[in-house]
Each structure stands twice: as structure tokens, then as C-alpha cells.
Design a protein around this ligand. Structure first.
Ligand code: KG4
Ligand code: ZN
Length: 338
């Protein structure tokens, strides 16, 4: 069966087709709105919605052509129902439901974070349930005990900024532009270890909650006191990234100890961070376990993860009425296995 997936929750329009017999994404297209938002230094929700309107149908035609399929070959249309920007979500939701209606097939609502969580299943090396997942994106940071498909217990979340948000805000302070996360990570490669030492927030007490907003303030103060040279900026980027990665590592280790799981999945935009991937791989080797992550293009928002999660939901009997609905806030532990 072929499932079409449509992602429009933030600033990327992603469309893809998952084929269940091949267990493969057979076509995909992604349009990033980065240039549109760059001059504002962040995502402008209304502009995002309007751009999704311009791109969603075009990308859908493109993936059908790429896969050499037509509407009859599509068994279901999956779309991101939430969480995300309400206007952007409504574009995907309205488009997907209308398409499903006109094609005479079901529409399937997908939780964006479940999409991220399942993305590593598209790789050759994939985890088996149960496992611990570290989900780190621009809007969320959480540790989840994934007992089975749809059975998610949130072990800890960020009480303020998400990890990606902290990267983006710190990058903005350093005038690195938007989107800041990957740029800050690139600058950190030129940084020297040991020049600055940032705190590891909330690691000195038990629990699996995160807090990243203090790191941004620490970066602002450090920046204020330094000589603003290229090297100093790189050293700050290095220390900031090291602190985020270290903090995530400490919490992952705790979550694995607490649950007794031996497999760790990392997903969401920040899981594209090379330092984080390396350090977590090292940690898991030390602990006699294994780490799994999506290929870099499936770490950040994309249609493939929505097509795959949509297939999983649809094959368990999920489908939507044609009423248009979007959920800008949607706790993931409300999901069940259907
Ligand atoms: O999952 P995603 O594409 O969108 C959301 O669902 O939020 O994540 C985007 C976030 C942004 O905050 C971006 O700066 C961050 O992921 N990000 C990175 C890297 N690549 C993307 N952060 C650190 N290092 C990276 N290489
Ligand atoms: Zn995302």
C-alpha cells in the first residue's frame, strides 16, 4: 500500500509517499521557507501559512510524478494534525482532507512528534520496541519511554526553552542569523575546548526535566564580556554546544537507568547535531546498548516521517472524519496504540 504524507506544521512543506511492501519512501519533496523568514530573524506564522498554500499542491503533484503513481494508487492521505503553528497546520489539514475526499480514500491525522519518534524506523538499522527516545526539536525537548507503538510515557520535558530553541536564540544573540542551530553548530567546530565553561542545567538534582533558557542568558553574559573576535565567538559556540550535549547525555543516561532500556533513539531537528550523535553513540557503547537516529534529512521536518507514521496509524484502523481540525498543543501521552 502507498500512503501519502503531508507535513506543514512550521516552516517546511514536506510531502512523501511511503510504500509498505518495500518498506521504503518511494518519493519525497521538501520545500524550506528559510529564505522567506530569514529577514525577520524567525518564523512569521502568517507568512508560513501562506507559503504552505502555495507549495503543498505542487509538491504533491511532484511526488506522484516521481513515484509514477496516480491517485488510485494512494490508500490514505496522512497529514500533521499538530502540534505546531495553527495556521500552518490548518493548511495541511484542509488540503489533506479535501484530497482524501476527492480521491475517495481516508485521511489520517498524525502527531508531529510521533512522526519524529518513528523516523528512525525508516533506516536499515532500526530499534525494536521498547526503547527510550530523546526527542529534541525547535519546539520540544523530551525523554519518552516508548513501550510499544502508541504507548508513550513522557519521562521528562523542558520546563522552558526547547533544545533547538536554545540553539536558535543563542545563535541570534551571536548574530548568526536564522536558522541559527546548524550555524552555531558549524561555528562550534572552530572553537577550542576549555576556554569557557557553561553550566549543565538541572543535572545536580534528580529528575529528567530540562531547562535551557539559562544557557542562553549565560551565553549573553559571556558574549558581553568577551572581545567579540571570531575565535571568541567560536569558543562560546563550542562551550554552549558542549553544555547542551552534555546535559542531554546526563539525562539520557538517567532515563536508561531508570527504565532499564538498552536502546536509545534520538530524533527531531537537533538530532542532526553531529556532536550529539557522536557523544550518544559513545555513551551507548559504554553502556553496552545501541543508539539509533534518522538519516540527517529525516531529523528535521519532512513528509517522509508523516507518511510512515500515517501508514502505521492507518494499518491499525485510524482514520479521520472530514471535519477540519488542528491541534496547536497536543500532549503526546494522550496517544494510544488504537
Ligand atoms: O524538528 P525540527 O525541524 O522542527 C521542529 O519540529 O521544531 O527542528 C528544528 C530545530 C531548530 O531549532 C534548529 O535550529 C535545530 O532543530 N537544528 C539543530 C541542528 N539542525 C537543526 N540544532 C543543533 N545542531 C544542528 N545541526
Ligand atoms: Zn519537527
Amino acid at each position: 500500500m502507498n500512503v501519502l504524507g503531508i507535513e506543514t506544521s512550521c516552516d517546511e512543506t514536506g510531502v512523501a509517499i511511503y510504500n509498505s511492501e518495500k518498506h521504503e519512501i518511494i518519493a519525497q519533496a521538501l520545500y524550506s521557507q528559510v529564505e522567506l523568514h530569514a529577514e525577520y530573524g524567525g518564523v512569521v506564522p502568517e507568512l508560513a501559512s501562506r507559503d504552505h498554500i502555495r507549495k503543498t499542491a505542487l509538491l504533491t503533484e511532484q511526488v506522484l510524478r516521481q513515484a509514477n503513481l496516480n491517485q488510485k494508487d494512494i490508500s490514505a492521505v496522512a497529514f500533521t494534525q499538530g502540534p505546531g503553528l495553527i495556521g500552518a497546520l490548518l493548511v495541511g489539514s484542509t488540503f489533506a482532507r479535501s484530497l482524501a475526499y476527492s480521491w475517495g480514500c481516508p485521511a489520517v491525522a498524525v502527531h508531529h512528534m510521533e512522526g519524529h519518534l518513528l523516523a528512525p524506523m525508516l533506516e536499515d538499522e532500526k530499534p525494536d520496541f521498547p526503547f527510550v527516545a530523546l526527542l529534541v526539536s525547535g519546539g520540544h525537548s523530551m525523554l519518552v519511554d516508548v513501550k510499544a507503538f502508541g504507548d508513550y510515557e513522557i519521562l521528562g520535558e523542558s520546563i522552558d526553552d526547547a533544545a533547538g530553541e536554545a540553539f536558535d536564540k543563542t545563535a541570534k544573540l551571536m548574530d548568526l542569523g536564522y536558522p541559527g542551530g546548524p550555524r552555531l553548530a558549524r561555528l562550534a567546530e572552530q572553537g577550542r575546548p576549555g576556554v569557557y565553561k557553561f553550566p549543565r542545567p538541572m543535572t545536580d538534582r534528580p529528575g529528567l526535566e530540562f531547562s535551557f533558557s539559562g544557557l542562553k542568558t549565560f551565553a549573553a553574559n559571556t558574549l558581553h564580556k568577551c572581545d567579540k573576535s571570531e575565535q571568541a565567538l567560536a569558543d562560546i559556540a563550542y562551550a554552549f554546544q558542549e553544555a547542551v550535549v552534555d546535559t542531554l547525555m546526563i539525562k539520557c543516561r538517567r532515563a536508561l537507568e531508570q527504565t532499564g532500556r538498552k536502546q536509545l533513539v534520538i530524533a527531531g531537528g537537533v538530532s542532526a547535531n553531529i556532536k550529539l550523535r557522536e557523544q550518544l553513540a559513545e555513551l551507548m557503547t559504554k553502556l553496552g546498548g545501541k543508539v539509533f537516529y534518522p538519516r540527517p534529512e529525516f531529523c528535521t521536518d519532512n513528509g517522509a516521517m508523516i507518511a510512515y507514521a500515517g501508514y502505521q496509524r492507518f494499518s491499525r484502523g485510524d482514520s479521520e472524519s472530514l471535519a477540519i481540525e488542528a491541534r496547536p498543543r497536543w500532549p503526546m501521552d494522550e496517544l494510544n496504540a488504537s
